[in-house]
Write a protein of this length. Structure first.
Length: 461
């Protein structure tokens, strides 16, 4: 979500503050993939300078088919590091410009580090803006604590992280040997990319556009996740260039309620999906660019960055340069001021649909979104928050289906709702949040929510 008024985009200020953790979320996922295929060896989803290797969904699904190994008790040797860097260089064509220091780190140290990075890098009003937006759309409940949940999620999930300010890799001391080996490849892929295309600079070139920001995160994490699989595959004479190898290694599973990861399991769908998107969808995006370009693909995605989550999910749109539309919202009233505004891209629209209308509709309708803008206004006197949200669809059938689906969103995200008018193009009434109206005009749908009086052409908050 692109925020132009205040703060970073919804859910992104903290995420970007923690891109320090260009994390190995992918490490355990890759470990499980190799345990399942068995024919391959086992070693292998801003403000802060980390890129963490987190635990994508695939890691949370099936228990290992072998007894768990003891946690790693040593950092990799210089020879191991140099060997992996040479392997990565051979795949990508990136030059190895310097050696990389490593250090073991405990869970408590990770947690303290995250808190300190947020304290230094994210302002309280940025966090408030993100929480208000998440709650206004219904992505999170009224009592949701975004800051603490983000810290807890990354503390639970991070197997390793690359600090691109200090140019140093940290491996968690609780990671198993297999997970550590997988995380090593993932994090060294970050370090090598950083030596050729400085990651912090790359991620900051988004003009506060969260769609572009999320797309670039998907490049960084997706490429590292892809390389983790490719390097290990090559060690056994295989490659993701082979369709069957790619199919087996890149398969992902659905969410799990595994009690081993209670924070992840209990987190809102929005956080789970946006946390894993850069790893899972980014990995598939890198595969598509690799099959199209070969070795130049690794540099291309840094030189010609994707601009939206839709381009990540549909690489043909990246190749054609298709951009999302940005429909104009009604103007802010004179007795109110913009609190935060932005864009809801395909990823977040899919999440909203999945949460309230089902995964099947999200999958079929999401790609038909052309673009959307939203704005939350704050009344100067009462500080009442109102939401204006305008979406633009590829055709009237898609718009009609979303009009119907968004009514389900409104009915479900509020505890009480009284409908006062309803037809095939209008839906209005009142909830505990205030008066609302939903209008479809051709391929565009405008929702106005949270007003003290019934919204009209110029609603009064």
């Amino acid at each position: 979500m692109l925020q132009r008024a205040r703060s970073n985009p919804v859910g992104r200020a903290l995420a970007l503050a923690l891109v320090v953790l260009l994390t190995s979320l992918g490490a355990q996922a890759a470990e499980r993939r190799f345990l399942r295929t068995e024919t391959l060896p086992r070693q292998l989803r801003a403000a802060c300078p980390l890129c963490p290797a987190l635990l994508p969904n695939a890691a949370l699904q099936e228990p290992p088919q072998e007894p768990p190994q003891e946690p790693a008790s040593r950092i990799p040797t210089a020879q191991e590091i140099d060997s992996v860097l040479r392997e990565l260089s051979a795949v990508t064509g990136f030059r190895v410009r310097r050696q990389l220091p490593f250090e073991l780190i405990t869970r408590d140290q990770v947690n303290k580090y995250l808190k300190e990075q947020i304290r230094q890098s994210v302002k309280p009003d940025e966090i408030r803006a993100e929480e208000v937006t998440l709650k206004k759309f219904g992505f999170a409940p009224a009592d949701f604590d975004l800051k603490q949940t983000t810290i807890d999620l990354l503390t639970e999930q991070a197997a390793a992280f690359y600090d691109f300010h200090r140019k140093k890799l940290f491996i968690s001391d609780w990671a198993t040997v297999n997970m550590r080996d997988a995380a090593l490849i993932h994090e060294l892929a970050h370090a090598l990319a950083d030596q050729n295309f400085p990651i912090q600079k790359y991620l900051s070139k988004t003009n506060n556009d969260s769609e572009a920001s999320m797309a670039r995160e998907a490049v960084v994490e997706g490429q590292a996740s892809w390389l983790m699989l490719e390097v290990t595959a090559r060690r056994s004479g295989r490659s993701l260039a082979d369709p069957e190898t790619a199919r087996r290694l890149m398969a992902t599973d659905s969410d799990s309620s595994d009690s081993e990861y209670p924070v992840f399991s209990k987190a809102p769908l929005y956080l789970r999906r946006t946390l894993l998107f850069p790893y899972d969808d980014g990995e598939r995006f890198q595969q598509a660019i690799f099959l199209h370009d070969g070795k130049p693909a690794f540099a291309r995605v840094f030189r010609q960055a994707p601009a939206s989550t839709a381009q990540i999910m549909h690489p043909d749109r990246y190749f054609s340069g298709e951009m999302p539309t940005s429909p104009d919202l009604p103007k802010t009233l004179k007795h109110a001021k913009p609190f935060v505004e932005g864009q809801l891209g395909e990823l977040e629209t899919r999440i909203l649909l999945e949460q309230y209308a089902g995964a099947d509709l999200a999958e079929s309708l999401g790609p038909r979104l052309k673009g959307s803008d939203y704005r939350i206004d704050e009344a100067k006197a009462s500080h009442r928050m109102t939401l204006l949200y305008l979406s633009d669809w590829s055709d009237e059938d898609a718009a009609t289906r979303y009009f119907d689906a968004y009514q389900k969103v409104l009915r479900a995200k509020w505890k009480q709702i009284e409908v006062t008018a309803q037809d095939d193009a209008h839906f209005s009434g009142k909830s505990e949040d205030g008066y609302f109206t939903l209008v479809r005009d051709g391929v565009r749908i405008l929702s106005q929510e949270g007003f003290i009086d019934p919204p009209v052409t110029e609603p009064r908050p």
